[in-house]
Design a binder for this molecule. Structure first.
Ligand code: ZN
Length: 137
């Protein structure tokens, strides 16, 4: 793991949340992106070297919808940048971590992603992400 890449926050209303976070961080969202496979719309903020990802559900099939129903709005996941997602996934699998997908998926913001089940990490949903470059495609 290289560093925390971003923190994901589940929100009910993206417009309202974008407003709040642009005031809080004193900078506007630099990107909005829908991830249709995940039934979410994301919005990204930079705060110095750090990133915040707001996520809202597009429909009830979304994991974000289920999360908010159960727990309310709030921190949804912590994402770590990795150099080689395939080798990190096999390393974690070998150490008994439960991965939510067997192969990396295309996530928001030009990333290959894989999620680690919260039951494997003391209740925290962990995302591994690797920047997509011409060599990873
Ligand atoms: Zn994320």
């Amino acid at each position: 793991m290289q560093k925390i890449e971003h923190i994901g926050i589940a929100v009910k209303d993206l417009d309202i949340a974008e407003n709040i976070y642009s005031l809080l961080l004193n900078t506007p969202s630099y990107k909005r992106e829908e991830v249709t496979s995940e039934h979410v719309i994301t919005s990204f903020f930079k705060s110095g070297p750090n990133k915040i990802e707001l996520l809202t559900a597009t429909d009830e099939a979304s994991a974000i919808h289920k999360f908010i129903e159960k727990k309310g709005e709030g921190i949804h996941h912590i994402a770590f940048a990795v150099e080689d997602i395939y080798s990190e996934m096999s390393r974690l699998k070998a150490d008994g971590f439960v991965l939510l997908n067997d192969v990396p998926k295309k996530g928001a913001d030009n990333k290959l992603v894989c999620f680690v089940h919260p039951k494997s990490a003391n209740g925290v949903l962990v995302e591994l992400c690797q920047e997509i470059t011409p060599t990873t495609e």
